[in-house]
Design a protein around this ligand. Structure first.
Ligand SMILES: [Zn+2]
Ligand SMILES: [Zn+2]
Length: 259
């Protein structure tokens, strides 16, 4: 099954068009979509989309951009919200030291709150990390010693060392449309080197549309382009990779029942 492991269907770019975008995704063979929460304030809208469609699931969490605005988020609140049957992961959360929309110390504290919620709920963590490889690696490694949790580095655009550390900790690595960009040679090299069991694909729609639709508003149906490039760079059969990435997703996000 082809799965878009990370999209933002509540985004204003899909206003009045969520149903149509989901329909095009289904036509393209996408069997499941994970729509991602970026702030507790937005959670009701995110959950509403997941409740409306049987093939859409969601997460709960605070994006590093919103960490300052929602610095008071607690483990208990995240765990309580995650008990809803359509919530299958904690995040997206993490560190964005490229934009630094929130102070770094607050980003780190809120990230650790999410790790604790992932541990307590048993749900996987959806991690956003940009220009923060070393700090992300050390937090994930330290926290793993406190107690086990799993997750995914979404929209992977970091270096090989972070990918290796994350995979060593049992994390999956999710590739977005960035993998298809001409200048992403290093990223394709990393994608080639990772074990097949660690791979997921996503759109991060409405952002980052893959080649050949780069520059347009992205949508879940376009995950097919990223899957195709991932298959090419690994010299893998696209149908086999589709099955592998789908199985990897369902193993990680086991609460997303498709039967
Ligand atoms: Zn993100
Ligand atoms: Zn996202």
């Amino acid at each position: 099954m082809l799965i878009d492991s990370h999209c933002h269907l509540d985004h204003e770019a899909f206003a009045g068009e969520i149903e149509a975008a989901i329909g095009r995704a289904r036509e393209a063979g996408v069997g499941l979509l994970l729509t991602i929460c970026t702030s507790i304030a937005r959670f009701p809208q995110v959950l509403a989309v997941a409740e409306r469609y049987p093939d859409v699931w969601c997460t709960v969490g605070v994006h590093p951009h919103d960490a300052e605005a929602e610095a008071g988020v607690t483990v208990d609140e995240l765990v309580r919200l995650s008990r809803h049957p359509k919530v299958v992961g904690i995040g997206e959360c993490g560190l964005d030291f490229f934009y630094n929309n929130s102070p770094q110390d607050i980003q780190i504290a809120v990230f650790r709150t999410h790790v604790a919620a992932a541990r307590e709920s048993g749900l996987p963590l959806v991690v956003h990390t940009r220009d923060a490889d070393a700090t992300t690696a050390s937090i994930l490694t330290e926290e793993q010693q406190v107690g086990p949790f799993t997750g995914v580095l979404h929209c992977f655009s970091s270096g090989a060392a972070l990918a290796e550390t994350a995979v060593g900790l049992g994390f999956r690595i999710s590739f977005s449309g960035i993998l298809t960009f001409r200048k992403s040679e290093e990223l394709r090299r990393i994608a080639r080197s990772l074990p097949a069991e660690s791979l997921l694909v996503e759109t991060d729609a409405p952002y980052l549309a893959p080649v050949p639709v780069r520059g347009k508003r992205n949508e879940p149906a376009y995950v097919t382009h990223t899957l195709k490039v991932l298959a090419e760079c690994r010299s893998a059969d696209p149908d086999a990779l589709r099955a592998t990435t789908g199985a990897n997703f369902l193993k990680l996000f086991a609460k997303a029942r498709t039967d």
